[in-house]
Each structure stands twice: as structure tokens, then as C-alpha cells.
Design a protein around this ligand. Structure first.
Ligand SMILES: [Zn+2]
Length: 313
């Protein structure tokens, strides 16, 4: 039996999944990122050692791993397979992780943006299977987005397509970390709701300091929290309406911790879409939750490795 490894490198944890040809994760493990990637110089030997010991522990020989896909929270320059920006894991900045690990392990290794791989995993094994075009949007601390266009992952000319959270939704609005003002991410995300919670705590004498507390208050029907949440998800709805006007996807898959915490946001988004899009756009549009949870990134990485390694020798 031959396998692929799907790997998701996050700021605190590295998840590794051994994936068979049927798309089943037959074994998985989690490891501390800080113990594996201590610095730029140690990243390749650290990850190489981790992958080797993961395989040895399972009694697998290197030859049984056909290829490896890795998701990272950053941007990759495809022309040289180099990570150009990895804000939460700066040890990976400017590292040609794919080629270097390929050399180290003698197994083809491919690296992609983590959210793109989550989208790919959902598309192949979870929500959106069979659609030719689908957008996957995840509202967590920030907003992540992966696009499937014409049945394939769409990464754009420089690998940065799908920066949905940085579309301008309010002219001259709140300052965003990307340098722009009024980005969608500053109005609907964990970061945005934390700012709103802290403002409301002062203005309305509430004990909130985080998005979580604001959402919890909304769940209990707090009259200050409810309109804040409603407004936030209206902005998300506007952003999705823009995306639908541009791309006409058959499905928008909407997930992430903030949506899970405040599922009523899905209805707000649907109301905005219905009132702002022409009927032909929203009548056939499906808005759905993702199905796979954290498995999506590992499966997507394995799918990516399989498709990329098809022409590798
Ligand atoms: Zn921005």
C-alpha cells in the first residue's frame, strides 16, 4: 500500500496525517511547532526529522510515501517554490521549503497556503464535491478564503488569490494590519469583534474583552450585543455579494470559529445576499457549512501532493 502525507503547519501545532489512496486518514499525529521549527536554519532538518520519526513509528519505509503536501499560514512564490511571507511563523520566511525538503527526504514535497488546502480537502471529500466553482470562506481570528474555479484550486498569478478579508468594504474605514483602511476583516472576524466588544464594554458598562464574550452575550439575547453581531455579519454578507457578482460560484462554504459560535450569522448573510443580488444570482446559490473540520487541511494537502507529483520523476 502506498500513502501520501498531508501536513498542516500552524503557529503552535504541526498536524501530520498518513493518507491512503481512498482519501482516508489512517493515522495522524500532532506536534509542537516551536520544538520542530526553531529557526530558519533548523526548519528543514527539524521537519525532515519529524517526518522520518513519524514514518518509523508506523513501521513505514520512505519508499511507501509517494509524495508530501504541506499547508503553511503564508504566501508562496510558485516560480521558485519559496515562502515569501509567513507572518505567524517568520522562521519560514524566504525558505524554499518544498525543494529543500524534497532534497532532504528524497520524496517530492509540495507547499501551499493552508486555507487553499482546506478548501481543496473540502472540495474533494466534504462540501462542494461536483461543483465546478465554489468559494470557501472561514471567519476566525481573521478571514481566510480558498477558491475552486473550473474544478481546480485557483491561486492567482502570484499565489495570493482569495485575499477576501482585505477587500475594501468601508472607504477610509478602520486601519487594517495590511496597510489598507476599511478591509472586511476589520468588520467581521474574531479580531473585529474583539475590538467591538471592548468598545461596547466601555460605552455600555459590560464586562466584555473578547469576541467570545460578545458572542456569548448575543446568545443570551443581550440587547447591546445583538445589533453589533448583526451589523458585523451584514458586512460579511456584502463582501460575499461582491464575490458572487464577480465569480458566480454554485456554492459558498462558510465556516470558521466565529460562524460556529454565532450560527445566526449565516441567516444575516443570506438576508443580505437576497436583498442585494439579482434573483438569478441568489436563486441557485447554495450557502453551506463545511463538513470535515480539521481533517480538511490534511486531506487537501494529500490531494495537492497527489496532483502535483503526477508529473514528478
Ligand atoms: Zn487589510
Amino acid at each position: 500500500m502506498a500513502y501520501r502525507l498531508g501536513i498542516d503547519i500552524g503557529g503552535t501545532k504541526i498536524a501530520i496525517g498518513l493518507v491512503d489512496d481512498d482519501g482516508e486518514i489512517v493515522h495522524q499525529g500532532k506536534f509542537a511547532t516551536g520544538e520542530t521549527i526553531r529557526s530558519y536554519d533548523e526548519a528543514v532538518p527539524g521537519l525532515g526529522g519529524l517526518i522520518r520519526s513519524f514514518c518509523e513509528h508506523l513501521g513505514l519505509e520512505a519508499a511507501q510515501i509517494r509524495s508530501i503536501g504541506i499547508g503553511i499560514p503564508g504566501v508562496i512564490d510558485y516560480s521558485v517554490q519559496t515562502i515569501t511571507s509567513c507572518p505567524n511563523l517568520s522562521a519560514l520566511d524566504n525558505l524554499a521549503l518544498g525543494p529543500c525538503l524534497t532534497e532532504e527526504l528524497k520524496i517530492p514535497v509540495w507547499v501551499e497556503n493552508d486555507v487553499n488546502l482546506i478548501a481543496l480537502g473540502e472540495y474533494h471529500y466534504g462540501r462542494g464535491q461536483g461543483c465546478s466553482d465554489a468559494a470557501y470562506i472561514f471567519v476566525g481570528t481573521g478571514i481566510g478564503c480558498g477558491l475552486i474555479l473550473n474544478k481546480d484550486l485557483y491561486a492567482g498569478s502570484n499565489g495570493t488569490a482569495g485575499e477576501f478579508g482585505h477587500m475594501t468594504i468601508v472607504p477610509d474605514g478602520l486601519q487594517c494590519g495590511c496597510g489598507n483602511r476599511g478591509c472586511l476583516e476589520m468588520y467581521c472576524s474574531g479580531k473585529a469583534l474583539t475590538l467591538k466588544a471592548q468598545e461596547a464594554a466601555v460605552a455600555h458598562s459590560r464586562g466584555w474583552s473578547s469576541a467570545y464574550e460578545l458572542i456569548q452575550a448575543g446568545r443570551e439575547g443581550d440587547p447591546v450585543a445583538l445589533p453589533i453581531l448583526e451589523e458585523s455579519f451584514r458586512y460579511l454578507g456584502m463582501g460575499i455579494a461582491n464575490l458572487v457578482n464577480l465569480l458566480n460560484p454554485a456554492m459558498v462554504v462558510l465556516g470558521g470559529g466565529i460562524l460556529t459560535g454565532w450560527p445566526a450569522g449565516l441567516q444575516t448573510v443570506q438576508d443580505v445576499l437576497r436583498s442585494s443580488l439579482r434573483e438569478i444570482f441568489w436563486r441557485h446559490l447554495q450557502i453551506e457549512y463545511p463538513l470535515l473540520g480539521e481533517k480538511a487541511g490534511l486531506l487537501g494537502a494529500a490531494v495537492y501532493a497527489r496532483s502535483k507529483a503526477a508529473g514528478w520523476s
